[in-house]
Design a protein around this ligand. Structure first.
Ligand code: NDP
Ligand code: GDR
Length: 375
């Protein structure tokens, strides 16, 4: 039985990857951080009682900033494959916590590579590094491929640049099977609530159910190549199944503006929008409601209602305006093909958030106060 170690198993990708590898018959080990509240929501459905004889999912406390902890876990587990997904992954937050981000996202990768080298696991352990389209940053060329020059635009992207190159260096210097997946944005119902897609689908669901009137947003013109996390974790696995380590772009090849994502998400609940104004003054109003599609009480939303406003607090000091990936190499070499398109992704996300907030609605009707602080 192959053993995989996933850092960041409690995150969006870690949860999908753990499920994928368990289905493939792997023994899966994950590193989770100690937190003052439970932080395993996304993998609770995979939990197995430690007393089960056929237990195949194991969690270890750890942190990417703690070398000794990482080295001990890798020594104990002796993994065939390590997926390094753990990171402070929020671009905007990295401007507030640049040193920590460099430590976890940059040096964290070094700690794993060095542990594998020092423990004599170079021949045994393959390493996947979660690299990112944020490396491309300021547009040099489109679509962006494995040969496009990098120009990172945030402390997060600069930390990930170090992680990318230290992975390449350890591959070349010590012949470790270490590969970078340069993944473009990928989303799902498990996406963190403060990333723009999930923020939008949550707000759309709440507005449709009458739990909220409007929401605030940052740069409406940013363009992203959005895929589904489920498709992207398969690519991670395929990368480690290759005889030779290498770096691959994983993307859909289609880019969409934040504004159009909002329009599509509202359309899913039967609300048509009209945008007025420009720049920080731009706002979106309800233009029409298709009552055959609308999932809530029709009285909760009205034509002319203000639903979206721009708030510059969500702007970044330096922005990445346009990402569009060229996945030709991964399609050709890995045989990777995404199954979801943007419509299917948005539908799944809005549907999941409607389900979530219907439960909140029931709680509110029963007299409970429900707090939601996501931005
Ligand atoms: P998430 O933010 O959902 O998950 C990040 C995970 O890392 C969580 O499990 C988190 O733990 C853990 N983590 C954070 N800091 C540390 C630390 N210091 N030590 C140990 N664990 C830590 O990210 P995603 O699942 O979306 O992304 C996975 C990886 O892929 C990340 O490295 C991200 O930067 C990268 N990436 C993501 C893309 C995307 O579009 N999703 C695109 C390209 C790259 P906790 O649950 O306790 O917070
Ligand atoms: P990104 O994702 O920065 O691309 O990083 P995010 O969803 O945060 O932003 C995408 C774009 O939307 C714009 N935007 C807003 N973003 C947020 N979060 N909140 C807002 O209110 C808002 N309004 C507009 C942003 O400015 C940006 O242009 C994600 C992360 O998963 C990284 O870890 C990963 O490496 C990259 O994707 C690829």
């Amino acid at each position: 039985m192959k053993k995989a170690l996933i850092t960041g198993i409690t995150g969006q990708d870690g949860a999908y990857l753990a499920e994928f590898l368990l289905e493939k018959g792997y023994e899966v080990h994950g590193i989770k951080r100690r937190s003052s509240l439970f932080n395993t929501d996304r993998i609770d459905h995979l939990y197995q009682d430690p007393h089960d004889e056929d237990q195949r999912l194991f969690l270890h406390y750890g942190d990417l900033t703690d070398s000794m902890n990482l080295t001990r876990i890798i020594q104990e587990v002796q993994p065939d494959e390590i997926y390094n997904l753990a990171a402070m992954s929020h671009v905007k937050v990295s401007f507030d916590t640049p040193e920590y981000t460099a430590n976890a996202d940059g040096l964290g990768t070094l700690r794993i590579l060095e542990a594998v080298r020092l423990l004599g696991l170079v021949e045994k352990t393959k390493i996947y590094q979660a690299s990112t389209s944020e490396l491309y940053g300021l547009v040099q060329e489109v679509p962006q491929s494995e040969t496009t020059p990098f120009y990172p635009r945030s402390p997060y992207a600069v930390a990930k640049l170090y992680a990318y190159w230290i992975t390449v260096n350890y591959r070349e210097a010590y012949h470790i099977h270490a590969s970078n997946g340069i993944l473009f944005n990928h989303e799902s119902p498990l996406r963190g609530e403060t990333f723009v897609t999930r923020k939008i689908t949550r707000a759309v669901a709440k507005i449709a159910l009458g739990l909220q009137n409007q929401f605030f947003i940052g740069n409406l013109d940013a363009q992203r190549d959005w895929g589904h996390a489920k498709d992207y974790v398969e690519a991670m696995w395929l990368i480690l199944q290759q005889d030779t380590p290498d770096d691959y772009v994983i993307a859909t090849g289609i880019t969409t503006r934040v504004r159009d994502f909002i329009i599509k998400a509202f359309a899913r609940v039967g609300i048509q929008l009209t945008f007025e104004g420009t720049g920080v003054e731009e706002k979106a109003y309800v233009a029409a409601i298709d009552t055959d599609v609308f999932p809530g009480d029709p009285k909760t939303v009205s034509v002319g209602q203000l639903v979206v406003s721009v708030d510059p607090k969500y702007f970044r000091p330096t922005e990445v305006e346009l990402l569009i990936g060229d996945p030709s190499k991964s399609k050709k070499v890995l045989g990777w093909e995404p199954k979801y398109d943007l419509e299917a992704l948005i539908n799944e996300m809005v549907e999941a958030d409607l389900m979530l907030f219907r439960k909140n609605l029931d709680l509110i009707k029963a007299g409970h106060e429900v707090l939601n602080q996501a931005e």
